[in-house]
Write a protein that binds this ligand. Structure first.
Ligand code: BES
Ligand code: MN
Length: 456
């Protein structure tokens, strides 16, 4: 068997940034690395072409009576910028303080390696293990997975699994496992407001027209109420009631509000009434401004009335909201609230549907679950309890993994999400790292769950 940490270092050395075409070689390198690794474990690998970055489909086939687990991961990473803030270069993985530092170590190369190495050990010990395994590893997760849905529809016949298994979500502390049982969704857009057809001298023309920065700012300011709720009619209509067991589970987190506040470095929280900050992140939808632009940004001053201003907006959605319901509400608010003396354009960006899967025995209103999914939940609960010395928590997550709801819709399959990254892992930020002990323990949990599924 290969050494998972050494393999992870090799993997991280490929700068596989999916959003930026200057990293094309890194994307190809990472794809070929994963392909080679899975072939070396005996998998039949197909590299499926897409418009952007190929999807790796690797299968260990067997009789239809064997359980079939689909393991998902992504080989692409976020851009490393701002480069100057990294203590060691992002694509030169460095081991320090029990962690591996580098872009993609936590999101998602380390967690993916935990599962690949689990499968490697399992098949080494039991070469004829009665378990069908499919690895489905994409290269466009960080750009919104544009090729994934068409792929699912085209390859549906090869994806007759019992459930999907992945680690692309978090845990609160290194000794506390989490089985993620919900994900927020997303809907994103950009609003571009135009005033005059060119930038104007504010002495020659100031006072006769509305400044697009002002129009845009007033729009932005109107989108929340002072208590922190989103101020769009109907926005909360489909938000699922939080069940008492979910709040109870969250209370076991063990982080205090003060600790969380200090971690963020803010003087006070600003969460909607009736929800703790921990609850707000996991159970409530949001509307955020991700970037705003307009006018002169250079040194010194410039007396100008800019022609344009724009803002990037994203809404995190929770079950049972959907982008199809929320996007029109957002757009209607923008249209109604922007003054008629400016022109504007709304540019659509991608969507993700929120997801929820209730593990057996948890809900007030339990639904029937396929036997093998229920078996997987029980097996992972037991394995996580043994390996980490305490039972896992069942929590919804604030982040989004858009393909999970697509998989549910197209293939009808639920996902077992084993959280593995920590708050201090710096996902999407400089100095990303992954706790190697968590990786090793997570890999053991994965191995035990898969083994139990195969009846061992
Ligand atoms: N691994 C993350 C999702 C995640 C983040 C889960 C934080 C739990 C906590 C994933 O790679 C990611 O970053 N997703 C994006 C969505 C995508 C469309 C860019 C996200 O959540 O912003
Ligand atoms: Mn990820």
């Amino acid at each position: 068997m290969f050494d998972p940490v050494e393999k992870l270092k090799e993997f991280v050395r490929f700068p596989s940034v999916s959003t930026d075409s200057k990293y094309r070689d890194g994307m190809r390198g990472a794809q070929e690395f994963v392909t080679g690794l899975l072939r070396s474990l005996g998998f039949a690998v197909e590299v499926v072409k897409t418009d952007l970055h190929p999807i790796i489909l690797a299968q260990r086939d067997g009789p239809a009576t064997w359980p079939h687990v689909i393991i998902y991961g992504h080989y692409d990473v976020q851009p490393p910028d701002p480069l100057g803030l990294w203590k060691t270069p992002p694509f030169e993985p460095t081991e320090r303080d029990g962690r591996l530092w580098g872009r993609g170590t936590a999101d998602n190369k380390g967690p993916l390696m935990a599962h690949i190495s689990a499968v490697g050990r399992l098949l080494e010990k039991a070469p004829s293990l009665p378990l069908r395994i499919t690895f489905l590893i994409e290269g466009e997760e960080e750009t919104g997975s544009p090729s994934f849905l068409p792929f699912l529809q085209r390859y549906q016949h090869r994806l007759d699994g019992d459930f999907v298994f992945l680690s692309d979500t978090g845990i609160p502390r290194e000794d506390q496992m989490v089985i993620t049982c919900g994900l927020r969704g997303l809907t994103l857009c950009e609003v571009e407001v135009t005033g005059a057809r060119m930038d104007l001298h504010s002495g020659l023309h100031g006072g006769v027209l509305r400044n697009p920065i002002q129009a845009l700012s007033e729009l932005c300011a109107s989108l929340h109420t002072p208590d922190g709720r989103v101020n769009i009619p109907g926005f909360y209509d489909c938000v699922l009631e939080v069940e008492p067991w979910e709040r109870e589970e969250l209370r076991k987190l063990g982080t205090s509000e003060a600790e969380y506040r200090e971690f963020l470095g803010i003087p006070a929280f600003h969460a909607p009434p009736g929800f703790t900050p921990f609850e707000a992140v996991r159970f409530l939808p949001t509307l955020e401004f991700n970037g705003i632009r307009g006018g002169y940004q250079g040194e010194g001053s410039k007396t100008v009335i800019p022609s344009q201003a724009s803002v990037k907006i994203s809404c995190r959605l929770v079950p049972d909201q959907t982008p199809r319901k929320i996007r029109p509400l957002l757009y209607a608010a923008i249209r109604e609230r922007l003054p008629k003396d400016v022109s504007y354009r709304i540019i659509d960006q991608h969507d993700a549907t929120p997801y929820i899967v209730v593990p057996p025995g948890r809900s007030n209103t339990p639904k029937d679950q396929p036997a093998r999914l229920a078996q997987a939940f029980r097996a992972i609960d037991a394995a996580a309890g043994e390996v980490f010395g305490r039972p896992p928590l069942y929590l919804r997550e604030g982040g989004s993994v858009p393909i999970i709801a697509d998989i549910k819709r197209v293939l009808g399959l639920d996902s077992v999400l084993l959280g593995l990254f920590l708050p201090e892992d710096n996902l999407h930020a400089p100095n990303e790292s992954f706790n190697l002990q968590v990786m090793q323990k997570g890999s053991t949990v994965s191995e035990r769950m898969l083994s139990a599924l195969a009846g061992r």
